[in-house]
Design a protein around this ligand. Structure first.
Ligand code: AHR
Length: 313
């Protein structure tokens, strides 16, 4: 078995000391991206509720959509000598210096939700989240089947530089590339926000009018904002144009049932329990998978109504 790079570079004395100290309640710092979407709210709730259930002293920081706030939060967690740091990184790059500080302070870092690009893989213990590339592939495959490989697509991207925006865009583009008659005619960021989705869709409608066949939105909040813009333009979302998005929040699945969105690919945010199980293992010096992906599914007119009553977020 390949040794986790984080474990290899952390001295055994530290791992033993952390294990001995584990009788006291765990103090964990969580640097969240912000509160941009319903997905994010559900993710924060899952982290907070599970911490309360386990008696974990959780230091929660809302980064308000700014990387510098998250970096400041991590520095403050280091100063508070937390047992572990959980980071949901807003964007992929720019984390190495602060992660080096955490490593120097011998505080393990667990990356959740979004991946990072780093020159030193030993700067974090492991990653837990969804496979954004797979989500983009699933969206493209569903669309190709639904349209017979034809249509003019507008894309509303997530936050520029973030792993979900980068991966969902790349995998979707690769997926539709096999179908030369499926074309992305325009693409802009809505920052994963409902207002962003509405504004971008309004500008797409002004520019391309009724020539838009398909909307691919990187999350449900932006798709729901776009639905509003389409309705205000006197068109029927889900009928005049096909809408595909990602997350499968309850409101997104409801929109599929209502026929306003045609397909949502799931991105499950409820991984609080998995994160704390992993933190405990890392602190105890145990082996954890380098990357652990959640299992996600897809909802369309064939299964959305049946899934709706048990949606948890
Ligand atoms: O990183 C996960 C993405 O971030 C979700 O798809 C989106 O809704 C959120 O804001």
């Amino acid at each position: 078995m390949k040794l986790n790079p984080w474990l290899k570079t952390f001295p055994l004395t530290f791992v033993v000391a952390a294990t001995v100290a584990s009788a006291a309640p765990l103090k964990i710092g969580f640097a969240q991206t912000g509160a941009e979407s319903a997905w994010r709210t559900a993710n924060s709730e899952s982290m907070k509720a599970e911490a309360a259930k386990r008696g974990i002293d959780l230091k929660f920081s809302d980064g308000q959509g700014k990387q510098e706030n998250q970096i400041r939060a991590i520095r403050s967690f280091i100063a508070q000598r937390v047992d572990a740091i959980v980071l949901a990184p807003l964007v992929e790059t720019g984390w190495d210096p602060v992660l080096r500080d955490a490593k120097r302070a011998r505080i393990p870092v667990i990356i959740t939700d979004r991946t990072i690009e780093t020159t030193d893989e030993s700067l974090y213990a492991c990653f837990i989240g969804s496979d954004f590339l797979e989500e983009g592939r699933m969206a493209a495959a569903w669309l190709a089947k639904k349209t017979g490989g034809q249509g003019r697509i507008v894309e509303i991207q997530g936050t520029p530089g973030s792993a979900p925006a980068n991966d969902r865009r790349k995998a979707f583009a690769e997926g539709i590339a096999k179908h030369p008659e499926l074309k992305i005619i325009d693409s802009q960021s809505g920052d994963f926000r409902r207002t962003g989705g509405k504004e971008v869709m309004e500008s797409f409608l002004k520019k391309h009018g009724k020539t838009i066949d398909i909307l691919y939105a990187h999350n449900d909040d932006m798709a729901l904002g776009a639905v509003q813009a389409i309705e205000e333009a006197g068109l029927k979302p889900g009928k005049d144009s096909i809408i595909v998005s990602i997350d499968a929040i309850r409101e997104g699945v409801q929109a599929v049932v209502d026929g306003k969105i045609n397909c949502v690919v799931e991105c499950n945010p409820l991984f609080g329990p998995k994160v704390y199980d992993t933190v405990a293992k890392v602190i105890a010096g145990g082996q954890v998978p380098r990357k652990a992906f959640n299992q996600d599914q897809l909802f369309d007119e064939t299964n959305a109504a049946a899934a709706l009553p048990t949606r948890q977020y």
